[in-house]
Design a protein around this ligand. Sequence first.
Ligand code: GAR
Length: 203
Amino acid sequence: MSPFRIAVFASGKGSNFQALVDAQLSGALGGDICILVCDKPQAPVVELAAAANVDTFVFQPKEYASKEEYERNIAVELQQRGVELIVLAGYMRLLSPSFVEFYSGRIINIHPSLLPAFPGKDAIGQALAYGVKLTGVTVHFVDGGMDTGPVIAQKAVEIKEGDTAEVLAERIHHVEQRLYSEVVSWFAQRRISLNGRNVTIAE
Ligand code: GAR
């Protein structure tokens, strides 16, 4: 059987991308990361992809007339490689409704809070400012909204007295990196099914 083919979209540091690459190398991912899509040519994740020998499609949105135009280019790259799952890992750009519709059920995202709490930007700062005692990590399907798609997996992370955003972010990132690889491996094993908003993971 041909390997389960994965695209990772990222804009930044790439700690989740690297964790996915490491899981692939150890055999735990059960799939093949065949392309990194990145909208920031200077992002550290681009170098991580080069070091891992992963193909990249790096672009600058302002060089295209519209979102539809650069997304058409992305779609061509994905189709050429037979991508089955799009994994958003800190991709800080909303996908257009037509792109999300086309890949419906095949795009997932990781977000650093227990959704539906604290969607959008700076979820860690939002949780600290609100004063919650528990936050966490959510992996979810991407739909047309901002962090609103069906939840696939969640893990709680305690907020401790005196936590700064940096300390809490480090604790959250650690949890993210383990959870995301596990969830992607469930997809590679074709164990995930979606019924309305309810996600089931087969044993
Ligand atoms: C991660 O914490 C991820 O949850 C967050 O961006 C970070 C990327 O870190 N994504 C969002 O906030 C999406 N709304 P990384 O580049 O080190 O993987």
